[in-house]
Design a protein. Structure first.
Length: 246
């Protein structure tokens, strides 16, 4: 079972922050998930939302500010940290063996940032990290583009109820991503209702769950036929996994 820290470990440290990423390196996680947007002048920024309001002291779309303006934006729940760039985050993880799941996010209008995927692929290759990176997205067309442009990199599709509503139900959604050669991570409340069908369609080796965070939920999923758990409390998941091994 692989344990993945969601946005670093967002229920312990500030999400997608350099301090959080440094701290999560002290845990024995298999991977860390993070999210990328593009600044107005082409810098890859690591932040989850397309808008600044929830996690910073500023407002407005990430994609409408340049890198210098974004360097002045302070992250909440940190000691004056700013939004990290992807190169800075790769610097944190490069000396470790931790894998990275990099999610391609959409802008404030629901569009993929022009050039974002190309920039991420080029940077990952330049750093020699292709074997340790999984490129992820909710959108099938983006997964198709990843497969075409970076066939050597693993792909992961995230699935939730909105995905299934858009793509015609759970079965059709899972089959669509299976056909694209993906690992498939399903939101936990949806997967609880469809675990047998999901295993039959995807196979347990490529099926994951997100984002159980309580002891009860984590213990439940550790006993299910999935290959990875993405959690905001990877420390709890690791403790429970260790207890099962004893």
């Amino acid at each position: 079972m692989r344990i993945i820290g969601h946005r670093g470990a967002r229920n312990i440290w500030a999400e997608n922050s350099l301090s959080g990423f440094r701290n999560v390196c002290g845990l024995k996680v298999d991977a860390v998930e993070l999210d990328v947007h593009l600044s107005d002048d082409g810098e890859i920024m690591v932040i989850h939302d397309p808008l600044l309001e929830r996690t910073t002291d500023q407002k407005g779309p990430v994609g409408q500010l340049g890198r210098e303006a974004l360097r002045k934006v302070k992250l909440r729940d940190t000691l004056n940290e700013t939004i990290p760039t992807l190169p800075a985050v790769l610097d944190v993880f490069a000396p470790t063996r931790i894998e990275l799941e990099i999610e391609m996010k959409m802008d404030a209008f629901g569009n993929l940032y022009p050039g974002l995927l190309d920039k991420v692929i080029a940077l990952v290759r330049e750093r020699g990290l292709a074997a340790r990176v999984v490129l992820t997205c909710f959108v099938p067309e983006v997964i198709e583009e990843i497969r075409a442009k970076a066939p050597e990199m693993r792909r992961l599709a995230s699935v939730d109820r909105r995905s299934c509503e858009a793509f015609g139900g759970v079965d059709r959604t899972l089959k669509r991503f299976v056909d694209l050669g993906c690992i498939i991570a399903v939101e936990q409340s949806l997967l609880r209702l469809s675990i047998d069908r999901a295993v039959a369609i995807v196979g347990r080796d490529k099926l994951g769950v997100w984002v159980p965070n309580t002891v009860g939920d984590l213990d439940y999923w550790l006993g299910q036929p999935v290959s990875q758990i993405t959690s905001d409390r990877p420390d709890l998941a690791l403790q429970l996994l260790g207890a099962r091994a004893r």
